[in-house]
Design a protein around this ligand. Structure first.
Ligand code: UDP
Length: 336
């Protein structure tokens, strides 16, 4: 599992261990943390390799005894991508190619974990896997990221068609749950953290942009089943939430669920990010294809996830972790 110490990766590692697999984690611990794997740190079937996917030799040796590869290592988070586009391009393009070529040598199968960002500004009511991509100026780093993940998918497909790589692809839509950090801009832990601290919830723009949040515990078993299914070879699958919600309504639901005294503040995009930043107004998945293949059906209600994320943030605060979400609009602006 590349990126196995990250938010989604650590849940996947636990899931694979629970299925009886032997698991090797390759992670450079840049955005991931060994703390995410604390619950399985001493597991006899888990091996940790600290290293970067940018080093082909590291990738090859980490993979030496693997027959299945879950590739999650990536530069993630809109804030991080906007701040460090070069790093994002290198990791997402060169790093991914290193993983794909090592898997061919090893004759291992691969699940490439991609993102709904590849659809860009397409606001279609239910994005299908073959929906058009609508991307803005490639000189804006958000679209660079979408471009890089699109290239990753194209690499995967080309290695599949031309060199026999057994690869399948999943596109994650706003996956949320315990261990996700707000440090890289993700809205869910950011707003939950603000609500817990009684700080204003920072909703960017007019707050009417929508997303379909999916719970990590729904998504991870589907990823494993898709990777295992021979019919998925060369195919891409959306994995998203079932309920479309505006960010403003999300903020309200977080305040209600946590019985918080916080208010909501609207922060203009140009203050939250850099001038010229473009957001997605809407992003709604059609999950039919993954449902047909492996029975994927998002189950976890949003309020349950809000409570789980709140409990996780509180426990990390008690442990003195530095992984708490950003404090508020002021702090966020300061970073950007
Ligand atoms: N967002 C927000 N407040 C925050 C962080 C993000 O209103 O503190 C907005 C962001 O502008 C976007 C949505 O929430 O419209 C989801 O942002 P995120 O970065 O979590 O995911 P993505 O943009 O990739 O869907």
């Amino acid at each position: 599992v590349t990126g196995g110490a990250g938010f989604v990766g650590s849940h996947l590692v636990e899931h694979l261990l629970s299925l009886g697999d032997e698991v090797v984690v390759l992670d450079d611990l840049s955005t991931g943390s060994t703390r995410n794997l604390a619950g399985v740190a001493d597991h006899p079937r888990l091996e940790m390799v600290h290293g970067s996917i940018l080093n082909p030799q590291t990738v090859r040796s980490a993979m030496v005894s693997c027959d299945r590869v879950f590739h999650l290592a990536a530069a993630v988070g809109v804030k991080l991508i906007v701040e460090q586009p070069l790093r994002g391009l290198r990791i997402n393009i060169h790093g991914t190619e290193n993983v794909l070529t090592a898997a061919i040598e090893r004759q291992a199968s691969v699940l490439l974990v991609s993102t709904s960002e590849v659809y860009g500004k397409n606001t279609a009511d239910r994005l299908r896997e073959d929906s058009d991509r609508v991307l803005g100026d490639p000189l804006l780093s958000r679209w660079t990221y979408a471009g890089a993940k699109g290239i990753d998918e194209a690499f995967a497909k080309a290695y599949c068609d031309q060199e026999g790589l057994d690869v399948s692809i999943v596109r994650l839509f706003n996956t949320v749950g315990p261990r996700q950090t707000g440090r890289y801009g993700m809205v869910f832990p950011n707003l939950v953290g603000q609500a817990l601290r009684g700080q204003p919830l920072t909703v960017f723009g007019d707050g009417l942009q929508t997303r379909c949040f999916s719970a990590v515990e729904d998504v991870v078993p589907a990823m494993e089943r898709i990777e295992r299914d021979p019919r998925a070879r060369g195919e891409a699958y959306n994995l998203g939430g079932a309920r479309e919600i505006s960010i403003l309504d999300l903020a309200r639901e977080i305040i209600r669920t946590l019985d918080s005294r916080s208010e909501i503040v609207l922060v203009p995009y140009e203050q939250a990010y850099a001038p010229g930043f473009e957001d997605m107004r809407r992003r709604v998945p059609d999950n039919t294809k993954a449902n047909g293949l492996v029975g994927y059906e998002p189950q976890t209600p949003l309020t349950t996830t809000i409570m789980r994320v709140a409990a996780d943030l509180l426990s990390r605060e008690r442990l003195g972790s530095d992984a708490m979400p950003l404090a508020g609009a002021g702090a966020f602006r300061g970073v950007v």
